[in-house]
Write a protein that binds this ligand. Structure first.
Ligand SMILES: [Zn+2]
Length: 242
């Protein structure tokens, strides 16, 4: 090994040299992202999205962008590739989407879809909890009143790869249980606040609907869901032959 190569390899372990969005190297990275990728995701504007068909009990949903391109790469890098420093910028993007969706004078109560214990172990922490914390912080820095509560606990997941969407929806309804202490705090905070359920991606909406229904039954009404991304086929319909 040439002199210097070992150091380079070691340094790479500490500070990834490639952008988490485009994989490009040799650029100045801020929070693991190059200037081009940062510009691209910062230019996204939150918009309403709705799975079609939408499952019963799904609140209004807002997503920052389609689940593709740089946004998809950043979510995957954060969630599956250990790029933990993305929590702050991705949390800030979630905060932007929340701020754009709720009346500016109302206090906010942020809830999130938690990881299963197994997923949280593999990711060295619950990735949505990290994002929700950063989002709440960002909102408070911007002068909003924003609380965070964690009334949901995810149960171990059955292997759902081979299930139909109806079976998946049935599975999603049994995916969570309530954490009593946190539920009580959410119940007290919710009435005067806009209650927002956060997740990284909305696909069929089954998970968000199941979590929202469980919370509603326990006295915490979710006013809306905010995600970073929506899978493209569920974005508002566009002409097939423009
Ligand atoms: Zn990049």
């Amino acid at each position: 090994m040439p002199v210097g190569a070992l150091w380079q390899a070691l340094a790479d372990l500490v500070l990834p040299a490639s952008c988490a969005g485009c994989g490009g190297s040799g650029q100045t990275l801020r929070h693991e992202v190059c200037a081009d990728c940062a510009r691209a995701v910062e230019s996204l504007r939150a918009a309403p999205t709705r799975p079609d068909p939408a499952p019963a009990g799904l609140p209004a949903c807002v997503a920052l962008g389609a689940y593709d391109g740089r946004l998809r790469e950043l979510i995957l890098a954060f969630k599956e590739r250990g790029r933990h420093r993305l929590a702050r910028p991705l949390g800030a993007l979630l905060a932007e989407a929340v701020a754009a969706s709720a009346a500016p004078d109302r206090p906010l109560l942020l809830l999130y879809v938690p990881d299963t214990a197994e997923a949280a172990r593999a990711r060295h922490g619950d990735h949505m909890r990290a994002l929700a914390r950063c989002a709440a912080e960002r909102l408070r820095e911007a002068g909003r009143r924003a609380g965070l509560a964690a009334p949901l606990r995810a149960l171990p997941k059955a292997d759902s790869a081979h299930l139909s969407s109806a079976e998946r929806a049935a599975g999603a309804s049994g995916a969570f249980v309530l954490r009593r202490g946190a539920l009580e705090r959410a119940r007290q905070a919710a009435p005067g606040s806009v209650t927002v359920l956060l997740d990284d991606i909305v696909t069929t909406g089954a998970t968000l609907a199941a979590a929202s229904s469980l919370l509603a039954d326990a006295g915490v009404r979710v006013d809306g869901c905010v995600t970073l991304a929506a899978t493209r086929r569920y974005l508002p319909h566009r002409a097939i032959w423009p």
